[in-house]
Each structure stands twice: as C-alpha cells, then as structure tokens.
Design a binder for this molecule. Structure first.
Ligand SMILES: CC(C)(COP(=O)([O-])OP(=O)([O-])OC[C@H]1O[C@@H](n2cnc3c(N)ncnc32)[C@H](O)[C@@H]1OP(=O)([O-])[O-])[C@@H](O)C(=O)NCCC(=O)NCCSC(=O)C[C@@](C)(O)CC(=O)[O-]
Length: 303
C-alpha cells in the first residue's frame, strides 16, 4: 500500500466542535482548551468563528478568545470568516489565517449563509483580497461536496466550479467538506481524482464527518491517493447547525491512532491530546463520541 510518511492534521474542535453545543461554554474554558491544544504538537488550530453571533451564539466571544489565548509560535491560529464585517473582527483579534466558507449546493449555502452561491462570490472576494493585503493566509471550505441534506446529490461540475472560483480569488488552500458524513471510499476516490485533474493535491484538504462511521475509511482512501491534509476535531465533537443530521467530525484522537500505527508522522503527542480530550469532555458535560474517548471512559486505556 502506497502511503505518505507525513501528514498535517488541522484541529477544528474549538470552532467546528463547539459551534453546535447548546450549553454555553465559558470564554475562560475555551481559552484553557486552546492553550492545552497548543502544547500537544498540533501545528494548526481553528479557534473560533467571526460569523454573526445571532447565527452561532456559542462563538459570540470570538474576539475575546482570539485575543486572550497564549500564542505558541509553532501554531497557526485560524478562524471562520463569512464576510467583510467578520474580517474586521478577525483582524482586530489578529487571527493568523482566515477561513472563508461556502457550499457546493444551493440549498445548504442559503441555509448556512443566507445567500445563493452566485451572491456569495462578491461577498468573499474582497475578504480574500483584504486578508491577503494584511499578510494573512486564506483557506476556503467547500461544504456538501459529497451530498447535501436539502438538495441530495451534488454534481461534480458544481464542485469544480466553486473550487475554481475560490482559487481564482487567491485562496491558499481549499478544504473539501463531507458536511453530513455521507461519503464512502469509492465516492472519495472519484471526487478526489476529478479534483486532482484541476488543482494541486497539496492545495486541497479533506474535512470528513463520521456521521455514518465512514470517516477513517475515507481518510485511508485519500491517503492512498496522495492527499496529506486532514481536518478533525478532538473527541469527535461537532457538526454544522445549519445541516440537518450533521454530527461528529472525524475525531483527531482516532485519526492519530490510525496514522501512528501505520507509521505516518503528524508531530502530535497522542497522550497529551487524550488528556485534553478528557478535559473538554468534562467541560461540555457529556460523553464525546470518539472511540478513544469511549475507551477512556470504560477504563480500556489510561492517560
Ligand atoms: C453570513 C451571515 C452573517 C449572513 O447573515 P445576514 O443576516 O444575511 O447578514 P447581513 O449581511 O444582511 O447583515 C445583517 C446584520 O448583521 C451584521 N453582521 C453581518 N455579518 C456579521 C459578522 N460576521 N459579525 C457580526 N455582525 C455581522 C451586519 O453588520 C448587519 O447589522 P445591522 O446593520 O443590521 O446592524 C450569517 O448567515 C452567518 O453568520 N452565517 C454563519 C452560519 C455558520 O456559522 N454556520 C456554521 C458554519 S460550519 C460550515 O459551514 C461547514 C464547515 C465549514 O464546518 C465545513 C463542513 O463541514 O462542510
């Protein structure tokens, strides 16, 4: 089996993981969690979101969180930004990387950001331009690539067209999202083969959800095709509140186990990561879905 020797894992727990939590998590706890994650060897953490606080109340403290964390110079601190107002707040908070986002399907795009796909480009284009002129790198998410909770199947041409427009704007990386966890390895192979006909593999990341238990199988397929950047959330926390049925991101702890056992280096300390997973599990006050968190709870492993 042909596999890369090294991958980059992008931790999205503090943003994607927490955005769907109903119970308010205090700003102090968010900061403490990000500080812990910053010492695990992760090189990239998406810490919050500068969307409208009415749409995602849990992350309404984005500026305070971003300003008060301890910045480890080895870590890139990123945040979601939907528009120029969000960018103003992100720049005020001195975020390292700006993550814009939109969907490959019309219905999810509208439910999530209140605009059609066509109306979204002119909103995002000045965000990319200003962010770049301020010296920030920009990543884009394309959601619902493998299926939409409202429109169903998403045509590959639509995915390619959205990615092309985003790269034309000047983004540095595009994260391909299985927002509702419907993808399977065969589909991943088909979609990634098409994408790599048009865009360099090292400019694409994979953002899988484990809603139906297929996330790690999808990662393995992507690894075999030479993709090396994966988004994940510690403990499997997370999901998009504007996609019905979207649950659990691919869990960083489970991903890391598989990578390590296959000899693929990520630079992350699994034990420190699990300790931090136990800590945030106590804060959110409910069992986290990852396999490693289940094993910790049952006493099958200890940290
Ligand atoms: C995009 C909007 C803002 C449009 O929402 P809108 O209501 O259409 O906004 P608007 O542009 O019409 O502005 C209305 C008011 O909101 C203010 N406003 C406008 N923007 C902001 C802002 N950024 N921060 C603070 N305030 C803001 C703006 O200033 C204005 O204030 P007023 O003039 O009325 O006083 C809204 O729909 C929104 O915030 N949506 C975000 C929803 C969200 O975060 N969803 C979860 C993201 S997860 C995801 O997408 C999937 C992903 C990335 O994880 C990958 C995957 O799994 O596929």
């Amino acid at each position: 089996m042909q596999l890369p020797s090294e991958v980059k894992v992008k931790e999205v727990g503090p943003r994607d993981g927490l955005q769907n939590e109903k119970e308010h998590i205090s700003t102090i706890d968010k900061i403490e969690w990000i500080n812990q994650l910053s010492e695990t060897g992760l090189s990239y953490i998406e810490i919050t979101s500068f969307v409208h606080p009415k749409w995602i109340p849990q992350l309404g403290d984005a500026v305070d969180v971003a300003r008060q964390i301890n910045r480890n110079p080895e870590v890139t601190y990123a945040a979601l930004v939907p528009n120029e107002r969000g960018l103003e707040r992100a720049l005020e908070a001195d975020i390292d990387e700006v993550s814009i986002f939109m969907s490959a399907s019309e219905a999810h795009n509208r439910k999530n950001i209140n605009k059609s796909i066509g109306e979204t480009y002119p909103v995002l284009s000045p965000v990319v331009e200003t962010a770049k002129s301020e010296g920030k790198s920009v990543r884009a998410y394309v959601s619902t690539v493998f299926g939409c909770p409202y429109d169903g199947k998403v045509e590959m041409n639509q995915v390619l067209s959205v990615c092309e427009r985003l790269f034309e704007m000047g983004i540095d990386e595009c994260s391909i999202g299985d927002t509702i966890g419907v993808a399977n390895p065969l589909q991943v192979e088909q979609v990634l083969s098409s994408l790599s006909d048009y865009f360099p593999k090292d400019k694409l990341a994979l953002h899988f959800h484990n809603t139906r238990g297929t996330a790690l199988a999808n990662v393995l397929t992507a690894l075999q095709l030479g993709f090396t950047t994966f988004d994940s959330s510690l403990g499997g926390l997370g999901g998009c509140p504007y996609a019905k049925g979207a649950s659990g991101n691919l869990a960083t702890d489970d991903l890391l186990y598989m990578l390590e056992e296959m000899g693929i280096h990520s630079g992350i300390d699994h034990r420190k990561l699990l300790k931090s997973g136990e800590w945030i599990q106590n804060v959110v006050g409910k069992p986290l879905p990852s396999h490693h968190m289940q094993m910790l709870r049952s006493g099958g492993i200890h940290v």
